[in-house]
Design a protein around this ligand. Structure first.
Ligand code: M6R
Length: 611
């Protein structure tokens, strides 16, 4: 979704803002803009539809727009088509106040009508312009007073950056339900949607909470509560991420780099949490007696994180013997969920800012559930609002299509399953030890799967022209099929569906015809023969079949399918970590051969911060 960056310091702002916006490109956008102030030129705004490069060319890489304070924005259109005029920043009628915004102002139509009745003329179709116009309407020489009045009036979700030409020695930031992070430097300050925008300059950050307003100056940042403007003492945090972690490092795409980083990300997430052969989750405060009391685990997430939840259901139910329900966060809020104080809600999110997941978390909490979240971005909203957090140590994930975050989320599921099973005494010592031992071998097995990537590239070269692809599997293989199918469609734009293989006969098999590609996942050994029967069914209707199974079944599977990809054998519960890699690579190479914009697929945003 939209990317925001603001800078105030001693250097020229525009090149810094453009660099920050480039680092936020991954969020998805369709236009971009800058507002910069200098005493000589006043408040200058430049906006352009299309890629950031278009804006950068107009302002000559930032050289033609002078000033040491400014705001930048990449817009992901919601209200009004992508265009120069709808791009942010937006200014009020007198050109005194510039605003950048991420989120949705839900009551913008009423405010617009009110302002128009007062003679205000609007130039864009956006909801954001009402904020700029309303600020000027309320402005009587005290910008903070105007800001508080505006925040009182607007409804919805927002992260706002505000620059007023009458007080150019400060930037103002405010948030509600949209991410905004503040960067504290020596002689400069930043605001941004994401720390990667300014990581090059500072690692010292503060997290703005809902209902807070920040005033950024060259000397520092002061935060106030809304509406009474009481000063708030903010804790500073140090961000450990390396700048290079958010760069391509020689790879053509972030997605390729992140796929290759999975063994390391898995190691970083798991190894420090295994001590003397036991899973140690020191961050968790859940006791054995609490776990015995809970009658249900509710898993809440969106997209790929939801697919991790689908895998988790199989693992947790098997090891804990407790019912697990997996639900899409966007549905949870509206389904009158059965959550009580005996429900443990497992909330999964890479970004920690997905608005549907955050809203579902709040609803689950309101109903009395206890929240344990699995999050990648430290200090994100979901992490802050959870009762307990287990971080995935994947590092920054930039490609829209998640890969390493997915793998580390799975890793945390294994850790939770083992630790809870130990506390509940639902696992025998032998199985526990075997699982821990196997967990430690997974990164090197993942490396072996990655070494086989040329074979997967070859299969992608055979099948990249297909317009419809089906993924079938049973049990955990079905959950991996869901993820394989999502990866493929989001970056290659091929229509694809994942089916529980046993369901095919209940309808979908009518779509199978000569030349249809079916990706058959058969790594779940106890169900191998059943899956082979399903493959025979689709083959006899003319389908091409690309199979995936474990090495020990590779030869036999080869007799039924057209091509087979194998992964090393491991404990059945841990197979998803190996199976998912060929699915990611297949999607990646297919998209590459189709010439798609892999890191920034059309219509998609990395972090979905509007409902
Ligand atoms: O940041 P989150 O994990 O909450 O994001 C959830 C989904 O938006 C995300 O997994 C999405 O489906 C990815 N683009 C999948 O690759």
């Amino acid at each position: 979704m939209c990317g925001i960056v603001g800078f105030i310091g001693a250097e020229e702002a525009a090149p810094i803002l453009l660099d920050g916006l480039a680092r936020l490109e991954y969020r998805g956008y369709d236009s971009a803009g800058l507002a910069v102030y200098s005493p000589e030129d006043g408040l200058k705004v430049v906006k352009a539809k299309g890629r950031l490069r278009v804006l950068s060319d107009i302002v000559e890489g930032g050289k033609s727009i002078r000033g040491a304070v400014g705001l930048g924005h990449t817009r992901w259109a919601t209200h009004g088509e992508p265009s120069d005029v709808n791009a942010h920043p937006h200014v009020g009628m007198s050109g005194r106040v510039a605003v950048v915004h991420n989120g949705i102002i839900e009551n913008f139509a009423q405010i617009k009508e009110f302002l128009e009745s007062k003679g205000v003329r609007f130039v864009s179709q956006t909801d954001t312009e009402v904020v700029a116009q309303l600020l000027e309407y309320y402005y009587r020489g005290d910008i903070m007073e105007a800001v508080t009045k505006v925040l009182h009036r607007i409804e919805g979700a927002y992260a706002l950056g505000i620059l007023c030409a009458d007080c150019p020695d400060q930037l103002i930031a405010a948030r509600k339900d949209s991410p905004l992070i503040l960067g504290c430097g020596d002689g400069f300050s930043f605001l941004a949607s994401d720390v990667t925008a300014f990581l090059k300059y500072t690692r010292e950050v503060c997290y703005l909470e809902d209902g807070e307003i920040a005033v950024l100056t060259r000397e520092g940042i002061q935060v106030y509560s809304h509406p009474y403007l009481q000063p708030v003492e903010k804790e500073r945090h140090h961000v450990d991420w390396e700048v290079s972690a958010a760069e391509k490092g020689g790879y053509e795409h972030f997605m390729a780099k992140e796929i290759m980083e999975q063994p390391k990300a898995f190691r970083d997430t798991v190894f420090p949490r295994i001590q003397n052969g036991r899973v140690a989750l020191e961050e968790l405060r859940l006791s054995a007696s609490y776990l015995r009391e809970i009658d249900k685990i509710y898993i809440i997430a969106c997209g790929s994180s939801y697919h991790v939840g689908m895998v988790a259901k199989y693992i947790l139910e098997k090891l804990l013997r407790k019912p697990v329900e997996v639900t899409l966060a966007s549905e949870f809020r509206y389904c009158d969920p059965l959550v009580t104080h005996r429900t443990l809600c497992l909330v999964i999110s890479q970004s920690g800012e997905t608005i549907d997941t955050l809203a579902a978390l709040r609803e689950a909490k309101r109903l009395g559930g206890r929240i344990l979240s699995i999050v990648n971005v430290v200090g994100s909203s979901i992490a802050r609002e959870s009762d307990d957090v287990l971080y995935t140590w994947a590092g920054p994930e930039i490609a829209v299509a998640t890969t390493k975050a997915y793998s580390t989320q799975l890793a945390v599921i294994y850790l939770i399953a083992l630790r809870f099973a130990e506390l509940l005494d639902t696992i025998g010592a032998v199985e526990y030890a075997a699982l821990v031992e196997e967990l430690l071998t997974l990164p090197s097995k993942m490396e072996r799967v990655l070494e086989n990537r040329e074979a997967i590239q070859y299969y992608a070269s055979i099948y990249f022209n297909h317009e419809s692809i089906f993924f079938i599997g049973r049990n955990i293989d079905y959950a991996i099929g869901l993820e394989g199918s999502l990866k493929l469609k989001e970056i290659s734009y091929i229509h694809s569906e994942a089916y529980a293989a046993g369901e095919l006969k209940h309808g979908t098999i009518s779509l199978i015809q000569p030349g249809t590609l079916v990706v058959a996942l058969a790594s779940c050994v106890p169900l191998f023969d059943k899956l082979v029967s399903n493959v025979v069914e689709v083959k006899s209707r003319g389908a091409d079949v690309l199979g995936l199974t474990v090495e020990s079944r590779g030869e036999i599977f080869q007799k039924t399918v057209d091509h087979v990809i194998t992964v090393p054998d491991t404990h059945p519960m841990l197979l998803p970590s190996l199976d998912v890699i060929p699915m990611q690579l297949f999607a990646y190479y297919v998209a590459l051969m189709r010439g798609c914009d892999i890191d920034k697929p059309r219509n998609l945003a990395k972090s979905v911060t509007v409902e």
